[in-house]
Design a protein around this ligand. Structure first.
Ligand SMILES: Cc1ncc(COP(=O)(O)O)c(C=O)c1O
Length: 351
């Protein structure tokens, strides 16, 4: 588990996967739908052809699926790239950007890259109140990034609070709702932000195909906002930024509704199974509504030992030390067999 990365770069989960139970990067371990696999195979022979310039076919499918306009969608090589375009298009050096302390690492990495001043909001016990967040916003705040649910803490907020929050923030401040894990949430009070774009001209929603859609390796995600914002983002987009095969795979995975439903229920069932099966006095299990759980240890030495112990037994989980949470480990919810294996090994861990 070498780490050759410099300080302001993303520290990813383990890279190994063959022969390992991989629970370190919040992927969908069931893999893409069979229909997606076969379409990829069929289209490999066209790899010499550039993709559509702006991924029109995929944008049309997204528009159809979510009943939105394709002109208000921009694709990225992962939602990471959409976040980068947002920084490039809307931030200036020394401007303030706001996010929670334990937020997705790229918010702060990009903030440094673009010379922005990051103002962090402290959550309490991995939850926070959007009312408190309003208090730290100033006229200088240019962009607010909020993942809902959040990675790595799993914190979540609901529609009523989100709308109140959006009503309180000045329109000159952009609000990015990062909905990378939204498909996992079935609570009726939850809102992925999509329907709020019409009402709030300063709202951008980002979405990912890396999580429930199982296409992390193909790097594809998207952003949705009003046309003015999306047009501006386009001026910072590279031509052909997403590959032909990624677009084909993403388009098909959106069409396969039965497969999506199955993936949601697999996550529920396997999470429930994992929570019930993980029994060890060395850690406390913390549930989240996304496709991961957290394990809390007494101290960082024990959590580090645990990560190494699992790795030796061919199970990868994610240490949250790089997120400033050294006592915590994040465990993705994999297949039923993955969770059986992971709990068996985890329960054998003895400090
Ligand atoms: C909250 C959140 N946002 C965005 C991303 C980036 O996802 P991708 O670039 O693969 O779409 C991740 C990846 O783990 C994430 O956890």
């Amino acid at each position: 588990m070498k780490n050759s990365q410099t300080k302001n770069t993303y520290k990813g989960g383990a890279e190994v996967f063959r022969g390992y139970v991989r629970l370190s990067s919040n992927e969908n371990n069931y893999g893409p739908a069979k229909s997606v696999e076969s379409l990829i195979k069929k289209n490999i022979k066209f790899s010499n052809i550039y993709p559509e310039l702006d991924g029109e076919s995929l944008r049309n499918q997204i528009a159809k699926t979510y009943k939105i306009s394709s002109k208000q969608i921009i694709l990225g090589a992962g939602s990471d790239e959409v976040l980068q375009m947002i920084y490039a298009a809307f931030s200036k050096p020394k401007e303030e950007v706001v996010f929670t302390r334990y937020a997705f690492a790229m918010y702060s990495i990009y903030a440094k890259n673009f010379g922005c001043k990051a103002k962090m909001f402290d959550d309490r016990d991995f939850q926070f109140d959007l009312k408190d967040l309003v208090k730290i916003i100033s006229p200088k705040t240019r962009i607010i990034f909020l993942a809902n649910p959040n990675n790595p803490t799993g914190s979540i907020f609901y529609r009523k609070d989100l709308i109140n929050f959006l009503n309180k923030v000045k329109k000159s401040t952009l609000i990015v709702i990062d909905s990378a894990y939204c498909e996992y949430i079935t609570d009726k009070n939850y809102d992925d932000g999509m329907n709020l774009v019409k009402k709030f001209p300063n709202l951008i929603v980002t979405r990912s195909f890396s999580k429930i859609f199982a296409l992390g390796g193909l790097r594809i995600g998207w952003g949705y906002s009003n046309k003015k914002i999306i047009d501006r983002l386009y001026s910072f987009k590279k031509p052909f930024n997403v590959s032909r095969l990624s677009c084909i795979a993403a388009e098909e995975s959106l069409k396969n509704k039965t497969w999506i439903k199955k993936s949601i229920s697999n996550n529920f069932l396997n999470k429930d199974f994992a929570i019930k099966s993980l029994i060890n006095p060395s850690f406390k299990v913390i549930d989240t509504e996304a496709n991961f759980i957290l394990l809390k240890f007494k101290n960082s030495k024990i959590s580090e030992k645990f990560v190494n112990f699992l790795y030796k037994n061919k199970v990868t989980v994610r240490s949250l030390t790089s997120y400033g949470l050294p006592n915590y480990v994040r465990m993705t919810i994999g297949t039923k067999a993955d969770m059986k294996r992971a709990s068996l090994i985890s329960n054998k861990f003895n400090v």
